[in-house]
Design a protein around this ligand. Structure first.
Ligand SMILES: [Fe+2]
Length: 306
């Protein structure tokens, strides 16, 4: 049933559906009917959001999609163009014929108005990311703060390195879901207090490959792109990493960024088997491994961001 005037009070402040991806976006369906959906969004400061063509094969045939900014400030990127939206501004695409990237210059709220088929696709994509994030949280004892922290640090480094907005969008999800493959690693291994045996360690290293598989299985274009970063986040600049022992430029720059931020976070966080290092020691260690384990440009950008 769709809320109408006589049921207005009943539906006041009640959304039909809400998904939150911690540190990125909260989306609530406010109204649905006549093939139109109105979705309220709260985009976090520093987070990215996109519109993609409804069909990759036939991008010229998509329906109308509109964004109306109710508070905050968004930068909109498309190819080489960019513009800023402030409160009360709106922007429409008929159709969305190429990827449009939105960046939250500050926490921003907006209405996204789209057609039912676009919404269904969008909703399942949000739910998929949310489901993956929750699964990893339950499995590895990570809090969503860990995923959010790695993501936010990685985005700062990516911005300092002047990655393109579409690359930053991929990095956002690659960093957020970098350890999702651990859901396919047995619990006994993840929670083992002592050292892993050689064969257990081999299995643990497979979380990179499992992560890539999980993201590819979603069939979503941006998670397919992010799957490469997830597969390579333990590769090291000098070829000493895993799973493939890739070196230097053969490692995706996004994966090289996650390698640094994930290592820094691991060093400065208490884990079951060791205490956290002071931040200054962790920074010194990252710095000492510049050009060996870690990409030199990434280390430089990382140090700048601190
Ligand atoms: Fe990992």
């Amino acid at each position: 049933m769709h809320p109408s005037f006589d049921t207005m009070s009943m539906f006041k402040n009640r959304s039909l559906f809400t998904v939150t991806i911690d540190g990125i976006v909260e989306a609530s369906l406010l109204a649905s009917g006549d093939d139109t959906e109105v979705i309220y969004h709260r985009l976090s400061a520093g987070a990215y959001w996109t519109l993609e063509p409804e069909s990759q094969e036939n991008p010229a045939n998509g329906p109308l999609e509109t964004i109306y900014l109710t508070a905050g400030r968004l930068t909109v990127f498309s190819d080489s163009e960019e513009l800023t939206l402030t409160e009360g501004d709106h922007i429409s695409f008929h159709p969305v014929s190429r990827q449009i990237v939105f960046y939250g210059d500050m926490e921003s709220t907006f209405l996204y108005i789209c057609s039912k088929p676009v919404f269904h696709h969008y909703r399942s994509s949000l739910e998929e990311v949310n489901h993956l994030a929750l699964t990893i949280e339950q499995k590895d004892g990570y809090t969503s703060h860990h995923c959010t922290r790695i993501m936010q640090m990685s985005m700062k480094v990516g911005q300092a390195m002047k990655l393109a907005p579409s690359e930053l969008y991929t990095l956002q999800f690659g960093a957020y879901l970098h350890d999702v493959g651990k859901v396919r690693v047995p619990n006994e291994l993840l929670n083992k207090p002592g050292r892993l045996t050689d064969s257990e360690w081999e299995l643990m290293k497979r979380h990179t490959i499992y992560g890539r598989e999980i993201l590819l299985e979603t069939g979503l274009p941006y998670l397919t792109q992010a799957s490469l970063l997830v597969a390579q986040h333990h590769e090291r600049h000098d070829g000493s990493g895993y799973p493939f022992g890739l070196k230097g430029a053969d490692i995706h720059i996004g994966a090289a960024i996650i390698a640094v931020t994930d290592s820094y976070d691991a060093m400065t966080t208490d884990r079951q088997y060791r205490r956290a290092k002071p931040a200054a020691d962790a920074i010194a260690e990252i710095q000492s491994l510049r050009g060996t384990l870690y990409h030199p440009d990434v280390v430089d950008a990382f140090l700048k961001c601190l």
